[in-house]
Design a protein around this ligand. Structure first.
Ligand code: NIG
Ligand code: FE
Length: 388
């Protein structure tokens, strides 16, 4: 097995509190040894062991690859016109999802796979090394199954979201029977997770409970979209069920925040949505100060958040959600991994998968300090460069 020694690391973010101060466990003037796709050694460059090969990153920062724990990359078409209307004053409405459902159903497998590959490549160029991908724009047994099968080709973190909206012309009760019956049966072999859009205009808490229970019986773990467009019962349901994460969390009562704190459920904030819908920003500061763990993800989809950029989410979280740069980077890496119940990614400690980002900057601070600048010069997955 060939080992590789990375040197010239101005700041190494490990996310290991034993390695350095703060949530990031940063090591200045560091080195890193990779072997067999894993991290074999980290520490100050002056103490680095010998390795079979060497790679000098040139005085740059090295971070764990971003873990994007919430995306919807299986779709066709876009909704740029809807975005333009919102920027001219129209509100965001969940019903726009149906336009993408029609385009997705009409697309060939090849067209869906090509769009997926384009977006995954875009994510890799931005430094994302683990991505969760949901279905939810098929909403028939065959379309949900084919979207999940395509997603499975690019990630293990696949999520069945048949309960995204009730498709046009369907009755709610009949559709729920389909989602919890034949659609779940067809989707389950390709999925790890099950999700429900629990919101006015989509599914209520009883429906969400029913779908998550059916998913659990089929071996799928639950997650929820909740409290995006207004206050509602979804966040408390996620806490009651002990879900690992609940996503959006834009409109929260004190009782919601307390429920998240008590359950340990991670609040995944998706600032690309508020950027693209002009809705109020979620309040990360309030959650962190209450002791809730916060993750950041893109929610990349053609309706509410058509960005694949975790660096943008970090910058928005710092500027608009009240996070420090260190908290935001931690949320986009280690806490994103925790939101997928993964401990092999989102950190650069010994034994972790060697997934990392090299920034054209001396420290993680520059992700928020230099917003909109493409700082990712290389992305490595399992010990090999995939870009740069
Ligand atoms: O996470 N909230 C529900 N689903 C997506 C929006 C999808 C769309 O508008 O197409 C979201 O924001
Ligand atoms: Fe979403």
């Amino acid at each position: 097995m060939t080992s590789v020694l990375l040197t010239g690391i101005a700041e190494l973010v490990t996310n290991d509190p034993a390695a350095g101060p703060g949530p990031l466990g940063s090591v200045p003037d560091a080195a890193l040894v990779l072997e067999g796709g894993r991290v074999a050694w980290t520490g100050p460059a002056a103490r680095a062991p010998a390795a079979d090969a060497g790679y000098d990153v040139g005085g740059r920062a090295v971070l764990p690859g971003f873990v994007d724990s919430h995306s919807h990359l299986l779709f066709a078409g876009d909704r740029a016109g809807e975005f333009a209307a919102r920027m001219a004053g129209q509100p965001y409405a969940a019903g726009g999802i149906r336009a993408t459902v029609a385009a997705t159903r009409a697309a060939s497998d090849d067209a869906l796979a090509a769009n997926l590959a384009r977006l995954v490549a875009e994510m890799r160029r931005g430094g994302t090394t683990t991505v969760e991908i949901k279905s939810g724009y098929g909403l028939t047994v065959a379309d949900e199954a084919r979207c999940l099968a395509l997603a499975r080709e690019v990630t293990e973190e696949t999520t069945f979201l048949g309960a995204h909206v009730v498709p046009e012309g369907s009755d709610v009760a009949d559709y729920l029977d389909l989602v919890t019956g034949p659609m779940l049966e067809a989707a389950a072999p390709h999925a790890r997770w099950i999700d429900v859009f629990c919101e006015d205009g989509a599914f209520d808490a009883d429906a969400a409970r029913t779908v998550l229970a059916a998913g659990a019986a089929a071996g799928l773990r639950g997650r929820l979209h909740a409290n995006q467009l207004g206050p509602g019962p979804g966040v408390r349901l996620a806490a009651e069920l002990g879900l690992v994460a609940v996503d959006h969390c834009t409109h929260l009562t004190d009782a919601d925040v307390a429920a998240l704190r008590d359950s340990g459920t991670i609040a995944t904030l998706l600032p690309g949505v508020e950027f693209s819908t002009r809705q109020p920003w979620p309040d990360a500061r309030r959650l962190l100060d209450a002791g809730v763990r916060v993750a950041l993800a893109t929610d990349c989809n053609p309706g509410s958040s058509y960005t694949s950029s975790m660096p943008l989410c970090v910058a928005l979280a710092v500027r608009e959600l009240g996070m420090t740069p260190a908290e935001a980077v931690h949320a986009a890496t280690a806490v994103g991994a925790a939101a997928l119940d993964r401990d092999d990614v989102g950190r650069l400690g010994v034994g972790a998968r060697a997934d990392l980002v090299v920034l054209d900057a001396p420290s993680h601070l520059h992700l928020a300090y230099r917003p909109g600048v493409p700082l990712t010069v290389a992305t490595w997955v399992a010990g090999r460069p995939v870009t740069g």
